[in-house]
Design a protein around this ligand. Sequence first.
Ligand code: FMN
Length: 172
Amino acid sequence: MDAITAITSRRVVRVFARKPVTLAQLKTIIDAGRHAMSARNLQPWQFVLVLDPATLETLGRLSTTGRFVGQAPAAVVVLKDRDNRRWADIDCAQAVQNMASAAHALGLGTCWVGNFAADKIAELLAVPPRWSVFTVLPFGYADPGATRESRQLRPRSQTAHYERFGRNVPWQ
Ligand SMILES: Cc1cc2nc3c(=O)[nH]c(=O)nc-3n(C[C@H](O)[C@H](O)[C@H](O)COP(=O)(O)O)c2cc1C
C-alpha cells in the first residue's frame, strides 16, 4: 500500500479479530513512530509493547474510553517526556499518526485512547517518573464481522482555501 492510500483510507479499529500479530509487524509499527518528526529532534517518546493477555486486559480496564484494548492481541503504550513541556504532546501525536498509518499499511488497525488512568498504567508498566502515559494504542486485525462506522469527512471546499481564506482552490 502506498503512503497516500495508507493515510487516506485508514479508519480506527475498535473491534479486533482473534488473530495474532507478529513481532515483525509491531517492530515496523514502532519504527514508524520512531521516525516521526520531533522538535529539535528530541524524540520525547518511549514505546512499551504489551503482548501479555493479562496485562492487555488490565490496560483495557484502565482505559476509560478504550475498553477494547482488552480484546486486542497487542498494544503499544506511548510515553512522553515530562522534561519536554513545549513540544512533547505534538511530537508524540505525530508518532501515533505514523504508527496508525503504518499499521493500516500492514493490514492492521488501531484506535487512539484519550482517557485512561495514567498513574495506574504507569505503575503497572514500571514506568520511571520522567515519563508520563501519552496514550494507549491497541493493535490487531479488524474483526471482519464488526460494523464500521461511516465518517463524515468535512468537504475539501470547506477546509482548503486559495490565497485568501474563503476562496475556493481551482482544483483540476
Ligand atoms: C486525540 C484523540 C483522542 C481519541 N480518543 C478516543 C477514545 O478515547 N476512544 C475512542 O474510541 N476513540 C478515540 N479517538 C478516535 C476518534 O474518535 C476517531 O479518530 C475519529 O472518530 C475519526 O475516525 P477515523 O480515525 O476512523 O477517521 C481519538 C482520536 C484522537 C485523535
